[in-house]
Design a protein around this ligand. Structure first.
Ligand code: ZN
Length: 255
């Protein structure tokens, strides 16, 4: 059997083997990689089966239900080599992995989830990626794949399509003019337009738009809180990502 997949997690098994979870168009598949650590003959296998590698995996059929599927060959397609130079980007990608691993995606949406993940990793691998924006794009678009999409048509109370500033409560999933509602994340119209763009635009275009500086934080806050509210769980990798960025921020300030 062969299947193309993106490695989302790996855990050691015994002294010299590991289990990997890969995201494929058919969902998550778990494969046992034997002898993954030592032999040099396996080094090609190691890079093609490492975290965030996108490869074509060949594995044996299970001999019984309780037996693992065992890797018999692997061909790397894209291993996102440059991603690994950026600790913060790796932490962010780990958060994306936890989203997909912790909450089962509807089967019909896994091909698009895989495309979303691969595209996001591509942009994360660039020098100085715009992590805040990539994070918001991934969160809003994956939320839509889980079946949660905010209502971005107009103010729920007065019908205004584009108020100059809006309140967007994540629990209600719709927005209001600032003068129509007192609660929710306060954002300028530019951030609302960005949310509209990310969830409604064709997939090919969602990574390409410009956003004014003052719209960035409200967009990022909304995307994160909206997804967390609907998936209703915490992600350790997100905590780690934030801690890492706070530490790096302080570091930059002191030098
Ligand atoms: Zn209104």
């Amino acid at each position: 059997m062969t299947i193309k997949g993106l490695v989302l997690s790996q855990k050691n098994f015994g002294e010299n083997s590991k289990f990997i979870d890969i995201l494929t168009e058919q969902g998550i598949v778990e494969i046992l990689v034997k002898g993954s650590k030592t032999s040099s003959r396996m080094s090609k296998t190691s890079s093609a089966s490492q975290l965030f590698a996108y490869s074509e995996f060949e594995f044996s059929e299970r001999s019984s239900r309780n037996r693992p599927q065992i890797l018999t060959g692997v061909r790397p397609i894209c291993i996102f080599y440059d991603l690994r130079k950026n600790l913060s980007a790796v932490a962010l990608a780990s958060y994306f992995s936890q989203i997909v691993l912790y909450s089962a995606l509807p089967e019909s949406t896994t091909p698009e989830a895989l495309r979303l993940f691969l595209n996001t990793l591509h942009f994360l691998s660039e020098p100085e990626p715009d992590e805040l924006l990539l994070k918001a794009i991934f969160e809003l678009r994956i939320a839509a794949l889980y079946g949660f999409q905010p209502d971005v048509v107009m103010c729920r109370k007065c019908g205004n399509y584009l108020p100059s500033s809006v309140r967007f409560p994540v629990e209600e999933g719709c927005f209001f003019c600032e003068s129509c509602h007192a609660e929710g994340i306060l954002m300028p119209s530019g951030a609302l337009q960005a949310i509209r763009y990310i969830i409604l635009q064709d997939f090919e275009k969602i990574f390409f738009f410009r956003l004014a500086e003052h719209c960035r934080k409200p967009l990022a806050d909304f995307a994160e809180q909206f997804l967390q509210y609907h998936l209703n769980r915490k992600f350790p990798a997100l905590d780690y990502y934030k801690k890492l960025n706070i530490t790096q921020g302080e570091f930059h300030e002191t030098i």
